[in-house]
Every structure is written in structure tokens, then in C-alpha cells.
Design a protein around this ligand. Sequence first.
Ligand SMILES: [Zn+2]
Length: 233
Amino acid sequence: MLLKTLREEVLDANLELVRRGLVLYTFGNASGIDRNEALVAIKPSGVPYEELVPAHIVISDLDGKIVDGNLRPSSDLSTHLELYRRFPNIGGVAHTHSEFATAWAQAETPIPCFGTTHADSFHGSVPVTERLSAEEIAGDYELETGKAIHRAFKKVDSDAIPAVLVAGHAPFCWGPTAAAAAHNAVILEFVAKMAYHTLLINAESSPLARELHDRHFLRKHGRDAYYGQVKTR
Ligand SMILES: [Zn+2]
């Protein structure tokens, strides 16, 4: 089987979204890329999660040509491919319609960083895309969604904020692997829920101080990170 390990990783990332309560029915999808082969593994469209096995995972090249697999890929494949083309550091993408993150996407409101939980994973507000035009919606809709995400990151570092809210739709998250993308989708939902409650308690809540925000993000990410255990190989 082509890319057996990647298929297994992608399957597990999809199941993680279910285990964490982020998907209803067949909503949502996760993918991963083998950068050496330039091949993407993604969940098939509309197959119940409980029936998914590695052989169901569809393998596509970066142009959307199906290289291996008998099932149709997730209908969001073109969005995933655009993200892999535009963000060369990422190795996985996860898309859900998780309740709180989707509510923020529907409100077309960036999620501010109110606390260190957010700062640990997202170095700034989680941005919202612009609405797609009628032409974009009528055209190659999923590709245009990917392009809108890329536009939202013109001045935002996609490695420091590995998530976006697609206006009127839902979040997309990414990371170095499919597992990391799913992890970020779980954290995003948690952060979105807490930001909602923060504003309910005090609608005037102000974002976390920049110094504390930076301190928390940088102790987990980047050159000088010191959170957790030293990795030995
Ligand atoms: Zn969706």
C-alpha cells in the first residue's frame, strides 16, 4: 500500500477529531503530506469515521490528481492542497465544524488572545478570512477558500498562528504533521470556547499583555523553547 505510515497517521488524526468531540457525522477532514514524494493523504468523502481503515485514505498529488485510492477524496481536498502549496512548512491540515470555533467564524470575528492557554499555541489573534465573492463561490469554491486563507496570512506568520476561521464556514488548522494539525484543532476549539466565556463574564475584557503572550508562546516554540523534556533521538 502506497504511503502506509502516512495513511495511518492521517487516519488517526481524523479519529482524534472524533475522539475529542470536534466532528458530527462525517463533517471535518484531516490530511497529511509526504514532502519528499509531494503526495497528500486525505480522508475520503462521506465515509463514516467508524468504518475508516488506512486503505480508504486517498492519495493525491499537489495538483489534485488521485494517485492511489478507490474512493473520492474529501470535497475540501482543493483547500488542503492550496494550503500545502502556500505554506511550505506545514505537514498536516485539519478542518472541523467544531461548535465554538465555528461560531466565531460565523460571527466573522478573530479570536483574541485573552490568556496563556491561547498564547501557548497561537501567537496572536486567530484571523478570519474575507468573505468569498459570488464569482469565487460559483467557481472553484474549495480552491478559492484556500486562496482566501492564504490572503488572510499575508501579514500573519502561518507557523506562529496555525489556524484560521473561514468567514461563514469554520476553522482550518495545520501543523508539522497531521497529528499536530488535529491537536491544534482541539486547542483552537478549547480557546474559542474560553474566549466566548471570557467575553460573557466581562464584555470589556482586554487581550493578554504582549509580554505575557510572547513569554508563553516562545517558551514552547522556536529556537529558545524550554517547555517539556529535551528530545533525544
Ligand atoms: Zn467545512
